[in-house]
Design a binder for this molecule. Structure first.
Ligand code: FAD
Length: 305
């Protein structure tokens, strides 16, 4: 069995595995796709101490760092079931069952996509999902935010301080965000809010040049010229495979305490799959390290055989 078995291959997992391996204990990583969301990231400018890098380059250095340690990396393997016996058992899609005296869940999340023409085509060419990451790329430009929930309205407020103008498109007849956020939003001079607006298409040539939507009550189609579209209709944690074993909140995020511990003894979690409110590379790495140190503490206090 592994002393620490890490499920996932993103920044949280890499950090957790390196911290565990540095304790000289048997460490494994099971990753559906090593690198995680960072594989899909163009520029990264907020990983402190590295002024600017690119997603694939960042993944390559994560991999290089992991390979520097005695860590079993099982890439292109997906975990499908977890069960707590005396140890924690993880069943993979290929039927293999791995055992861990402790397990760190770091299966990340994915942005919910709007699924209209142009979204895929212009991803990283004007279509963005993370205002903290990509907001500054749109300085002085016109952008839209799709989604009027808390994350959409927070994004719109954030972006309004950087870009020239923000248009919020909400499908429903009213915004769903908390009223304190709405009050703040409506106090800003460079924001337009459109409700009952169904996004039809994101247009562009090499990069985004506009968005087309229909007014749902009249059926009228409109086109707005702009350079950026932030899709903010939810972040889905990759946790449905956990069933009822590990406690999750209403968004499906794994509930963790300050030690990264879940409700199941010996099972820890880190990164975007948890209920940590802020989802960023640097934060997921910190939480991976935290979970690994907590796992080590668990192992020395509980003699799991
Ligand atoms: P992920 O990166 O989501 O990794 C999860 C890992 O788990 C993957 O390897 C996945 O294949 C694996 N996995 C999932 N399910 C299973 C399973 N059942 N079995 C085995 N493995 C599984 N953050 C920044 O700080 N700066 C940025 O500039 C930035 N830009 C971004 C741009 C884009 C387009 C996106 C999508 C995100 C961006 N982020 C950025 C956010 C950042 O990428 C995430 O916060 C970070 O990757 C979270 O790390 P994680 O390890 O928790 O999860």
């Amino acid at each position: 069995p592994y002393d620490v078995l890490v499920i996932g291959g993103g920044p949280a997992s890499a950090s957790a595995a390196i911290y565990a391996a540095r304790k000289g204990i048997r460490t494994g990583i099971v990753a559906e796709r090593f690198g995680g969301q960072v594989n899909d990231t163009a520029g990264i400018e907020n990983f402190i101490s590295v002024k600017r890098t690119e997603g694939p380059k960042f993944v390559a250095s994560l991999e290089e760092h992991v390979k520097d340690y005695d860590i079993d990396v099982m890439n292109l393997q997906r975990a499908k079931r977890i069960e707590k016996k005396d140890m924690v058992e993880i069943e993979l899609e290929n039927g293999a069952v791995l055992k861990g005296k402790s397990v760190i869940l770091s299966t990340g999340a994915r942005w919910r996509q709007i699924g209209v023409p142009g979204e895929e085509e212009f991803r990283n060419k004007g279509v963005a999902y993370c205002p903290h990451c990509d907001g500054p790329l749109f300085e002085g430009k016109d952008v839209s935010v799709i989604g009027g929930g808390n994350s959409g309205i927070e994004a719109a407020i954030d972006l309004a301080g950087i870009v020239k103008h923000v248009t919020v498109l909400e499908f429903a007849s009213e915004l769903k965000a908390d009223s304190v956020l709405q009050d703040r939003l409506f106090s800003l001079p460079n924001v337009t809010v459109l409700t009952n607006a169904q996004t039809k298409e994101i247009t562009g040539k090499d990069n985004v040049n506009g968005i087309t939507y229909t007014e749902r009550d009249t059926g009228t189609e409109h086109h707005i010229e702009l350079q950026g579209v932030f899709v903010q209709i939810g972040l889905l944690p990759n946790t449905s495979w956990l069933g009822d074993t590990v406690e999750r909140n209403k968004f499906g995020e794994i509930i963790v305490d300050k030690n990264g511990a879940t409700n199941v003894p010996g099972v820890f979690a880190a990164g975007d799959c948890t209920d940590d409110p802020n989802k960023q590379i640097i934060i997921s790495m910190g939480s991976g390290a935290n979970a690994a140190l907590s796992s080590f503490d668990y192992l020395i206090r509980n003699q799991v055989k």
